[in-house]
Ligand binder design. Sequence first.
Ligand code: AMP
Ligand code: ZN
Length: 114
Amino acid sequence: MENCIFCKIIAGEIPSAKVYEDETCVAFNDISPQAPTHLLIIPREHFDSLDKAENGHKETLGHLLYVAAQIARDKGFAEDGYRVVINTNRNGGQTVYHLHVHLLGGRPFIFPPG
Ligand code: AMP
Ligand code: ZN
């Protein structure tokens, strides 16, 4: 997808601090971390937002959550707990329109978020 910053990260055209990648997704540190660990897990296949999810995306969507759980365990904050967020469209606070899962850990989070 042209002019998509996350597609450019996947293509290596924009640098990122990758922490994990496989055939389906890439995970890298958020440039503006909101917690001691704050990373983004994105599908290699571009789709704009959760609002654009189709039947064919189910496996990828499940995979993104599974990878979030794996990374949280690997990084050692799973038992303490963590927050997984998918901001969706304008009211959801989405700013980058390539679907992404935020994984935040290393501090307590309140609910509901602002
Ligand atoms: P959202 O507001 O849910 O769309 O989240 C977009 C996230 O992407 C924000 O947390 C930004 O800090 C993050 N972000 C934007 N550009 C980059 C980048 N080049 N590398 C890493 N994270 C980025
Ligand atoms: Zn994209």
